[in-house]
Design a protein around this ligand. Structure first.
Ligand SMILES: C[S@@+](CC[C@H](N)C(=O)[O-])C[C@H]1O[C@@H](n2cnc3c(N)ncnc32)[C@H](O)[C@@H]1O
Length: 194
């Protein structure tokens, strides 16, 4: 799936930041899924500058809901949505996902969880509530530099433990069928089966 030169350039810039946009192979997976399954509603937790949103909306006709806590990033995302002509399909909530998620309603076909990793477990009940049966929850960075399945540096042990707990919760959940893909920093793909 070809991205426009402008979007590619913005992605390269965004990869240099502290909280980068998703890696190329993760985006390729997301775009293939969007093209194949034509989701009608997408939710992204951690919109950042809206680059992954613009790419996904470029390959399917979905309506998009995003949550982003950082006001400067949310403002940039809004200008990207204008620039890429997708703003009419966007609802962007600026604030803490922990407060906004419980207020969302309706069902989503695809949820891309890419916000604060230590909160993934806390967000899971709302993600499950908001995901339609058959829909996919994609949780990014679940293996983080090999720290989750191996040894984490001392400062990162808590984070790695949070992600281990999150993966255990996904794998033990009878309503979800989960596969962890070794792309990017690890992408958990969970299907809601009941
Ligand atoms: C890895 S970046 C997301 C990248 C984006 N999904 C993409 O692919 O371009 C994580 C984002 O989550 C946002 N974030 C962090 N904590 C948050 C919270 N509690 N609620 C909402 N957004 C949060 C950060 O500001 C950051 O922009």
């Amino acid at each position: 799936m070809e991205l426009s030169p402008r979007l590619l350039a913005l992605r390269e810039e965004a990869k240099k930041g502290r909280d980068p946009t998703c890696p190329d192979d993760t985006l390729a997976y997301l775009l293939a899924l969007c093209a194949r399954e034509a989701p009608r509603r997408i939710l992204e937790i951690g919109t950042a500058e809206g680059l992954t949103a613009c790419a996904m909306l470029g390959v399917c006709g979905a309506e998009y809901t995003g949550i982003e806590r950082d006001p400067a990033r949310a403002a940039t995302a809004r200008s990207r949505f204008e620039e890429f002509g997708v703003f009419r399909r966007i609802s962007l909530f600026e604030g803490d996902a922990g407060e906004i998620l419980p207020l969302l309603e309706g069902e989503y076909d695809l949820i891309f969880l890419d916000g604060p990793k230590v909160q993934y477990l806390k967000y899971l009940p709302d993600c499950k509530r908001l995901l339609r049966r058959g829909g996919a929850l994609l949780s990014d960075d679940v293996l983080l530099f090999g720290w989750v399945r191996g040894e984490a540096p001392k400062k990162r042990r808590m984070l790695a433990e949070h992600l281990r707990e999150y993966l255990r919760a996904l794998e033990l959940d009878p309503a979800l069928e989960t596969e962890v893909l070794e792309i990017g920093e690890g992408l958990a793909v969970s299907r809601k089966i009941i």
